[in-house]
Every structure is written in structure tokens, then in C-alpha cells.
Design a protein around this ligand. Structure first.
Ligand code: SF4
Length: 393
């Protein structure tokens, strides 16, 4: 299975490329390749991430041709608004994005963290957790496997704030992945200096996943001792100016959070120019100071997605693993039908997957990745969604 459909290059205007997907035109930025009209390429997040030989691309397009239009019809039919807030949000998603759905793979490469966020199971103070770190070569191998064998075109590499990985190591990882299996690569490693991120951008890193978790400075200071919301927001603004695609958002239902905060949190996500909105419901984790607090409900999490979609029609909105965890059978579908158009699959090597326990019983940690992919592909097709890139406007 392939999580992206190649586009045919119709026009090249400096770094802006127009791609054709079965008659639909989308634009993408090209900063990494020599590319000409008539060639084929994959785009993700509005960036050209791989060129693909014509014969191979045409074979893939042939296999998609019939399905592509069938999926669009299914999506249109399912996106009729018959009155609920979720249906309204889903109809807006369909109107602005068609049936495009981004599929990311995530590799969690270290569960060490120097911080002590109260809600997080891998916080430094949690001495009961078995820790692991993947070496640079192992991270690169896992990424190459995800791209070349499993078919992912967009990857997130995630860890706690772990200084074991210094700038040179991170550069080696990004360079290694981009050389051996180019993809839309995102790092989620917490806060680092702008200089480090600048150096990583030069090596081909294009995305940063860094949630601000709450727009309320007091809740932030309580939940993340020793850190300030301003510092995080400043970093996000700097990274966006550097050219990074920003994935950000918040935790729904942290202690002290009220329903009225939904609008403020969604507005801040939008103000930060997020490429992708990421909202995770708070799930209390054993061995943390918040272990006995109340879990956010599935209903509230879906309301947040729908509200975000209605207020930000053009946003890409992720169904987070935490949301899926609230109802492993149905939440992914419910999220996609409430306005979301992006998903993330855990491709961490199986021996580590359960150890990245930021909260318990995470979706996707107890299933072989191949079965998980099969489940997700079948679900996407039943909903009429296709893995085309949305492009840049
Ligand atoms: S939320 Fe992130 S920074 Fe905070 S303890 Fe967990 S991994 Fe570390």
C-alpha cells in the first residue's frame, strides 16, 4: 500500500511546481530536486519529497485510476450535512479538502526525558519506567523500513527531551533518513535552540511537532514545572519563520481546563499558523501526580475537532493516538467524520512500542503494524478518503 499518489509535473516556476492528480491541479514547493515538466513526484505537506520514475508512477496511477474517482463519490455521499455539529464540520472538511487524507508514520526513538510534566508517563521522575534509546543507525533503519517497505511518505521522529541526542547526532539522523529514503520528515523532540533547528532545516528536515498544550499560562506553568508558555510560543513563531511546517495544539481536559478554553486553545493553534492541528485528550497516567484526575471524554475530544474544523476550514486536523485510545474500535472513524483529515500510525519497532508510555493502553501499541495498516487502509477506503497531498495555496 502506498500512502501517497504521485503527481505529474505540469509546470515548474522556480521553486513552485504544479502537479496533476487525475486532472486535479495542486501546487508544491520544491527545494531538494532538479525537476522538469512531464516527470512524476510525490508531494507531502506541500513539499516535493521524492521523484519517481515515469514507468513506476504510471503503474501506480493505473492502479488508482478507478478507485480514485470511486472514493471521491463515497466521501461526497457521506459528507452530507443532516444537522449535527459533526456533520457540519465533516461537510466543511469535504468542501475545502476533497477526500485528501494525510497518513504519517511515527517512530518513538527514546523515552528518556529531562522534564517532569505532571501529566506525562515518561517524565524524568517516573522511576518505575523501563527506559530505552535507539542509536542513530537504528533510527535511520527504522525510518528506511517505514518508507521503503511499509510505504510511508511522511514520518515523525519523536522522543522525550533527551539531550543524549546532540545536534551532530540529530543532523546525522536527518541526513541519513533523507539520503536513504526521502520523505516529509518531522521531529518531535521538545525544545532545542533555534540554531539547532536551523541546521536541521538545511539537512532536509521540514516539520516540527511541538504542542503548546494549553493557552493558559498558569496551567502551563503548573503542568510543566520550570517552563513558560511564552518561551514555547516564541520558539514556535521562530520555527515557522524558518520555513518549518508546524504541527501544534493542546491537551483537552487538563486539570483546571474548562470548556470555555476550547475556543482560546483553538484560536492560538490557528494564530501560530499550524500546518497541522493536534489535539490530544488528557488521559491520566499511573505513576504521575495526575494519576487520579478525570480523563477527558471522547465526546469532548470530538467536539474540539468539529469546532476547530468549523472555525478553520483550511486546517489539517489530526486524529491523535490519544483520541484513538479512548475508543480503539471507533474513535478513528468518529474523528475523521467530525472534521479531521489526517492520521498517524505507530511504526516504532515493536520491542520499544509499549515503553513509550506517555499514558496507558495507547492505541496501536499492541498490534502488528501490518495489521494496523490493513485496518486503516480499509477504514479510509470505506470512508472514501484518498492519500493525495493537499498542496500549497
Ligand atoms: S510531555 Fe514531553 S517534555 Fe514533558 S515530560 Fe513528557 S516527554 Fe518530557
Amino acid at each position: 500500500m502506498c500512502y501517497s499518489i504521485p503527481g505529474k509535473v505540469l509546470e515548474v516556476n522556480d521553486t513552485l511546481v504544479t502537479l496533476d492528480y487525475f486532472g486535479e491541479k495542486r501546487k508544491a514547493r520544491n527545494e531538494l530536486f532538479q525537476i522538469s515538466c512531464g516527470e512524476y513526484a510525490y508531494a507531502q505537506g506541500g513539499f516535493i519529497i521524492q521523484k519517481i520514475p515515469g514507468v513506476q508512477a504510471e503503474a501506480i496511477l493505473d492502479s488508482w485510476q478507478e478507485l480514485f474517482f470511486k472514493l471521491k463519490e463515497i466521501d461526497k455521499r457521506l459528507a452530507r450535512d443532516s444537522g449535527t455539529r459533526y456533520q457540519k464540520a465533516n461537510q466543511i472538511r469535504q468542501r475545502y479538502h476533497g477526500n485528501s487524507c494525510c497518513v504519517h508514520g511515527i517512530i518513538e526513538f527514546s523515552n528518556y526525558c529531562r522534564n517532569d510534566c505532571l501529566y506525562c508517563g515518561i517524565q524524568h521522575k517516573n522511576l518505575s519506567l523501563k527506559r530505552y534509546r535507539m542509536e542513530a543507525a537504528e533510527i535511520i533503519d527504522a525510518a528506511v523500513y517505514a518508507v521503503k517497505k511499509l510505504g510511508f511518505k511522511a514520518l515523525v521522529l519523536q522522543s522525550g527531551e533527551d539531550e543524549y541526542y546532540d545536534e551532530d547526532t540529530l543532523i546525522a539522523v536527518v541526513e541519513g533518513v533523507m539520503r536513504q529514503s526521502p520523505c516529509l520528515l518531522t521531529l518531535s523532540i521538545g525544545e532545542r535552540s533555534p540554531d539547532t533547528f536551523e541546521a536541521l532545516y538545511r539537512k532536509g528536515l521540514r516539520g516540527v511537532l511541538l504542542r503548546f498544550e494549553t493557552s493558559n499560562p498558569q496551567i502551563y506553568a503548573t503542568m510543566k514545572p520550570g517552563h513558560s508558555l511564552n518561551q514555547r510560543l516564541e520558539l514556535l513563531v521562530t520555527l515557522r519563520k524558518m520555513g518549518y511546517l508546524i504541527m501544534t495544539g493542546f491537551l483537552i481536559g487538563l486539570p483546571g481546563w474548562r470548556k470555555e478554553d476550547i475556543i482560546k486553545d483553538i484560536s492560538l493553534t490557528a494564530e501560530l499558523g499550524a500546518e497541522m492541528f493536534s489535539f490530544g485528550p488528557f488521559i491520566p497516567c499511573p505513576d504521575t501526580p495526575l494519576a487520579k484526575e478525570v480523563q477527558a471524554s471522547l465526546e469532548t475530544a470530538l467536539e474540539v475537532i468539529a469546532e476547530a474544523r468549523i472555525r478553520n476550514p483550511e486546517a489539517k486536523i489530526l486524529v491523535t493516538t490519544a483520541l484513538e485510545t479512548l475508543d480503539k474500535k471507533n474513535a478513528l472513524q468518529l474523528g475523521l467524520m467530525a472534521g479531521a483529515n489526517s492520521i498517524m500510525l505507530n511504526v516504532t519497532p515493536s520491542r520499544y512500542r509499549q515503553l513509550y508510555s506517555i499514558y496507558p493502553f495507547r492505541a496501536g501499541t499492541d498490534t502488528a503494524i501490518e495489521s494496523r495498516i490493513e485496518f486503516v487502509v480499509n477504514l479510509l477506503q470505506s470512508l472514501g478518503r484518498a492519500p493525495t497531498d493537499l498542496g500549497v495555496s
